[in-house]
Design a protein. Sequence first.
Length: 261
Amino acid sequence: MRTPRSKESNLLLDRARKGRILYPWIQKALDRKVALRATEPGREERMKLGYQARRAYDQIRKWIIEGKLLPGEKLKTQALANEMGNMSRMPIRDALRVLVYERLVVGGDGRNWSVALFSRERIQGAGILREILEGGSARLCAQKATAEDVARLRRMASRCDDEIPEASDVETVELEKSFHTAVAEVTGCQELIEEIVRWNSVFVPGLAAHICGERSLHSEIVDAIATGDGDLAEKVMREHVRAGMLGYSRGVSMGVATKGA
């Protein structure tokens, strides 16, 4: 036998159904989510960076990926501003906040910024998460992709397979990120797209020299997506991510991306 609701409970339910209130615990959860989102620049915020902040973001990210800024190295906003032609510190801070979101920089209190450390454990954890996210993305993509989507992905995959073996670290990162983002975009799931963009930013400096020996599978991924077989698409994507993360781990083992990690 169901316990009768109190008069107060019935009133809360009635008001909730009419859209006037939310249960307190639901409201608290939403408030926490809004507060957290407000401190994390997502994809839209990155697109809205002003010209100077975007220039600072691109340059600092390039220095990190190329290894010119070493893991663990302190980042002084004034020094970075001077390096970029006496830029003001505000766009530098905006750029660093985005790089914190992308896990290439740690800190964020306005003083203690530093390049993220790439330990073996961190790379392994990123690999596990990426396998789950990217595998699910490929599965959904296979279920939703149109002929036009497949044709576009095939062009991108061909470019990746052709150019990555001779590409610089920065070019490799951009090619990989563009391909994986394009697969996710077919799913139409904004949360999935943002997480894949975010995790594809976690690259080891010195990456190209260690991933080129791995089988890239970009074209095979698209072939699997084109069949509409979600299981197959997920399997091939997971193999691709796993191979790439093994390359990163190898780079860490050789000391390419660590400094006291």
